[in-house]
Design a protein. Structure first.
Length: 120
């Protein structure tokens, strides 16, 4: 009986060690593969880093699409702000949106999801 109890105790300790080691892993794969997102910290430009992304009239995907911009396009911008949660460009649950000027009239025409652009 003592041997059985000792074996169970050792087995429990081993399982506990394996579970603990498993939870101490690096960041999830989705976080590791994310490209740096844009912030437009100063008024300037961001570059589209995905094949195509919509510019919305508000900070969320439920707003009307103003325009679609494409990989490599430079878009005039203002500093990022918060908005509706979205899952775009390989990121789930992001909320950062970048106000942009796509008509080149020095006014905010729409919003781009920050995970789909990088600062220039």
């Amino acid at each position: 009986m003592k041997k059985l109890f000792a074996a169970v105790a050792v087995g429990a300790a081993l399982v506990s060690g394996v579970v603990t080691a498993g939870t101490a892993s690096a960041a999830p794969a989705s976080a590791q593969s994310v490209l740096a997102s844009g912030s437009c910290a100063g008024y300037g430009y961001v570059r589209v880093n995905t094949s195509a992304v919509n510019v919305y009239t508000g900070a969320g995907t439920a707003f009307r699409v103003v325009k679609t911009v494409y990989r490599g396009d430079h878009v005039s911008c203002w500093p990022a702000s918060g908005g509706d949660r979205y899952s775009l460009c390989g990121v789930v649950g992001a909320t950062s949106w970048i106000p942009v000027d796509v008509t080149l009239d020095n006014r905010i025409d729409g919003y781009l999801p920050a995970t789909c652009v990088t600062d220039v």
